[in-house]
Design a protein around this ligand. Structure first.
Ligand code: CA
Length: 365
């Protein structure tokens, strides 16, 4: 009797176990098809920024065998480039692919999660975000707006911009109307220029018409596609304003918190991969584009001299002091960034910078 009772119980338990397993498995298999509306700040199919955002959207579907479906809208197709933040914060869309410095008018802290003047390079930025407290501060800032941001691309060091005259001193910047967003624009304003923030799709027409005198955009690969050389011939490096611009996938906070940890991890992985892939693509293509701009379009490559850079440095320090005074959170973001810059800068100096300088010297590059 005892044995039969045991078998019966075991059988019941077995059936129950199977039933329990299938009850658990069923939702896992049918799990949560996710429809995600994504808006961006980039023109459709624009090399790098646009194609990277589209590649990231496609990857979310590929990584989940289509369980995550993304409805993708380039700038202007659903909302304007600079309306993508509000579209997501309000819950009308679930995510944006953009540069968070476009939202600095909402809070100056946002600028630090793209790039700031005298900021971090790509490798330094990754170190700050992942291991230096950057992501935690980004999350704290985002929580105030109902947005959760993750890394989803990087352009690397940007060029200083396109000018229709030589810039030999800070005085030459005075009175220039220049397209330059983020805190870089604030630095230019300190030096007497008039910065404007235009989305990528509107820069060329404004430069050709003379509505602006100068512009920065990204670097040779992207700038060649914009044909800026038709309106300005002097192409300056290195840009002080965006030394490693990180692109963000910003999600509606309620959408993010409603996801399973598994789906959150998939989205983080897809964004991290684009952070890597897009940087590789920029590095692979910028050199050839620069050579073509010089050889085929007559572009005059120029380097900002030390006097101009020193003026950039003084103006940047003023802009940072204003950021520090804005709020407790802005001050803490700035303090974390400054600590990371000092720490990472010392290492970069004797690693990447020292090695590349020696390699290029020996090889005559
Ligand atoms: Ca730029």
């Amino acid at each position: 009797m005892k044995r039969r009772q045991f078998l019966r119980n075991a059988g019941v338990a077995g059936v129950g176990g199977v039933a329990a397993a299938s009850t658990l498995a069923a939702p896992a298999i049918a799990q949560d098809r996710i429809s995600l509306t994504m808006v961006t700040s980039w023109p459709r199919d624009f090399p790098g920024l646009g194609t990277g955002a589209q590649r990231f959207a496609d990857r979310l579907s590929e990584m989940t065998d289509g369980r995550i479906q993304v409805e993708f809208f380039a700038a202007g197709e659903r909302v304007g480039a600079f309306d993508s933040f509000d579209e997501v914060a309000s819950g009308n869309a679930q995510g944006y692919h953009a540069a968070d410095y476009y939202w600095k008018g909402k809070h100056p802290g946002w600028a630090f999660f793209t790039s700031v003047p005298f900021g971090l390079t790509y490798t330094e930025m990754n170190a700050w975000i992942r291991f230096g407290g950057g992501q935690e501060l980004w999350d704290e800032l985002g929580a105030d707006f109902g947005v959760k941001g993750i890394m989803a691309g990087n352009t690397g060091v940007q060029m200083g911009g396109w000018f229709n005259k030589e810039i030999n001193s800070a005085e030459d910047l005075r009175g220039l109307k220049m397209r330059i967003p983020g805190l870089g624009g604030d630095v230019m304003a300190k030096l007497g220029a008039s910065p404007v923030s235009l989305p990528g799709g509107q820069i060329f027409e404004n430069l050709v018409s003379g509505a602006i005198d100068a512009t920065e955009w990204v670097g040779p690969w992207n700038d060649e596609a914009m044909k800026f050389y038709e309106a300005a011939k002097f192409y300056y490096f290195p840009g002080m304003h965006e030394p490693g611009s990180m692109l963000a996938f910003g999600m509606n906070a309620s959408f993010w918190s409603g996801l399973s940890r598994s789906d959150q991890t998939i989205i983080e992985a897809a964004g991290g991969m684009e952070n890597d892939v897009l940087m590789a693509e920029y590095n692979a293509k910028n050199g050839d584009s620069l050579a073509s701009l010089i050889a085929d379009q007559g572009v005059e490559l120029r380097e900002f001299n030390n006097d101009v850079y020193d003026a950039f440095g003084r103006a940047s320090a003023e802009v940072f002091e204003e950021t520090r005074a804005h709020s407790d959170l802005a001050a803490r973001i700035l303090a974390s960034f400054e600590a990371a810059r000092e720490n990472l800068g010392g290492w970069s100096k004797i690693s990447d910078q020292a090695y590349v300088a020696q390699r290029n010297r020996v090889l005559g590059v």
